[in-house]
Ligand binder design. Structure first.
Ligand SMILES: NC(=O)c1ccc[n+]([C@@H]2O[C@H](COP(=O)([O-])OP(=O)(O)OC[C@H]3O[C@@H](n4cnc5c(N)ncnc54)[C@H](O)[C@@H]3O)[C@@H](O)[C@H]2O)c1
Length: 328
C-alpha cells in the first residue's frame, strides 16, 4: 500500500520534495502545511493536495505515514517529536536540529514511536559525488592524503529568508547551513567521522547575527585532515572539493562536474546521469520503512554532523582545538 505523504513547510525546497514524491513509486502526496496560507494554497493547487496552516491539525486529520519537515531549523525538533509520537516516518531536512541535545530527543522519540528518520543529506545522492567516491574506493589514485573544500556563494542575497540569518532560528550562518553539506560530504566520501576541529569565523553580513564566512581545519577518525573554507559575501560562486592522493587528484564540483589528475593536468571524468538526490532519498526512506531498518542518513548520522558543527562554533569562540565526541 502507498505511503500517504505530507510536506510541512511550503518554502523554497518544498517543490523538490513534492516532485520527488510524485516520481517515486510507493508514495501518495496528501497535504501541505505552511503558516503562510497563500503559500500552502499555491502548493496544494500545484500538487493536488489539501492545504493546512497548522501542522498539528494536518497530522490529526490526514494521519500521514510520512512527513517531510522542510521548516526553519529551530522548528525541526518540535515537529519531529510531534510526528514521531504519532508513528509518522520522517524525511527531515538538514541540518537535523539546532543542537546534539535536540538530536538526542528526536532519536529517542523515533525509537519510542518505531519510526524511520532520513535526514536530508543530499550529498550522498549526487552523481558526481558518487563517481568521486567510486574512484576513491577503487584505490587507483593511491592513498587519500587530504581534502580541501571551498564554497563561495552570495549568502546575503535579498531572496534569502530572514530566519537563516538569525542564530536562534537557524543555529548559525553559512557554516551551519552549507557547512552541514561540506561536513557531510567529507564524512561520507571517506566513510569516517570528524574527530577534531579548529575554526575561525567572521561577521560582516549586512543583516542578521550569524557568521558570514569561516575556515575550518578538521581531522577525521581515520587520520585524514581536511579544510572547509566558506564565504557568503558577494563574489564569484564556487563549490569545489579537491581530494589529494599519493598518486593524483580529484576535483569535484558537486552538481556540475568531476575532474581527475593522474599526475598531470586535470581531465574530465564522464559522470553517468542518475535520478535527482531527492528521488533517491525518497526511494531510500521507502525501502527502509518496508525493510524495517534505518536509512543511510539516519538520525544518528544527522547527529554526527550537528556534533561537528557545535564544536566548530566552540572552537571559534574559544580559539582552541575541540574534540568531537559521539555516543558509544
Ligand atoms: N537539501 C538541500 O539541498 C536543501 C536546500 C535548501 C534548503 N534545505 C533545508 O530545507 C529546510 C527549509 O528551507 P527553505 O529554504 O525551504 O526555507 P523557507 O524559509 O523557504 O521555507 C520554510 C517555510 O516554513 C514556513 N513555516 C515557518 N514556520 C512554520 C510553522 N510553524 N508551521 C508551518 N510552516 C512554517 C515558512 O512560512 C516557509 O514557507 C531547511 O532545513 C533548509 O536547511 C535543504
Amino acid at each position: 500500500m502507498d505511503l500517504k505523504a505530507a510536506v510541512i513547510g511550503a518554502g523554497i525546497i518544498s517543490d523538490q520534495h513534492f516532485e520527488a514524491m510524485q516520481r517515486t513509486e510507493g508514495y501518495t502526496p496528501c497535504a501541505v502545511v505552511d503558516i503562510n496560507k497563500d503559500k500552502a494554497e499555491q502548493a496544494a493547487k500545484r500538487y493536488g493536495v489539501r492545504a493546512y496552516t497548522d501542522y498539528h491539525e494536518m497530522m490529526e486529520t490526514e494521519q500521514p505515514n510520512v512527513a517531510a519537515i522542510a521548516l526553519p531549523h529551530f522548528l525541526h525538533k518540535e515537529t519531529a517529536l510531534y510526528a514521531a509520537e504519532r508513528g509518522c516516518h520522517l524525511m527531515l531536512e538538514k541540518p537535523m536540529a539546532l543542537t546534539t541535545t535536540e538530536c538526542d530527543e528526536i532519536i529517542a522519540a523515533a525509537r519510542r514511536g518505531n519510526i524511520r528518520i532520513l535526514v536530508g543529506h543530499t550529498q550522498h545522492y549526487m552523481a558526481e559525488n558518487l563517481a568521486a567516491k567510486a574512484i576513491l574506493n577503487s584505490g587507483e589514485l593511491g592513498e587519500l592524503v587530504m581534502i580541501n573544500d571551498t564554497r563561495h556563494i552570495h549568502y546575503y542575497k535579498d531572496s534569502r529568508p530572514q530566519w537563516f540569518l538569525e542564530k536562534a532560528k537557524s543555529g548559525g550562518g553559512i557554516l551551519a547551513n552549507l557547512g552541514a553539506h561540506s561536513i557531510d560530504k567529507i564524512q561520507w566520501l571517506t566513510d569516517s567521522y570528524v574527530r577534531r576541529v579548529r575554526a575561525s569565523v567572521s561577521h560582516h553580513g549586512k543583516r542578521g547575527d550569524v557568521e558570514g564566512s569561516g575556515i575550518i581545519w578538521l581531522e577525521l577518525d581515520n587520520g585524514i585532515p581536511a579544510t572547509i573554507v566558506q564565504s557568503g559575501y558577494p563574489g564569484a560562486s564556487r563549490n569545489e572539493t579537491e581530494l589529494i592522493f599519493t598518486g593524483g587528484m580529484l576535483k569535484l564540483n558537486t552538481g556540475q562536474d568531476l575532474w581527475i589528475s593522474r599526475g598531470g593536468t586535470y581531465e574530465p571524468v564522464e559522470v553517468t546521469a542518475i535520478a535527482t538526490p531527492f528521488e533517491l532519498q525518497y526511494r531510500e526512506l521507502r525501502d527502509a520503512i518496508r525493510e524495517a531498518r534505518d536509512p543511510e542518513c539516519s538520525g544518528d548520522y544527522g547527529r554526527s554532523v550537528i556534533a561537528a558543527i557545535e564544536q566548530v562554533y566552540r572552537s571559534a569562540e574559544t580559539g582552541t582545538e575541540q574534540e568531537v565526541t559521539r555516543p558509544v
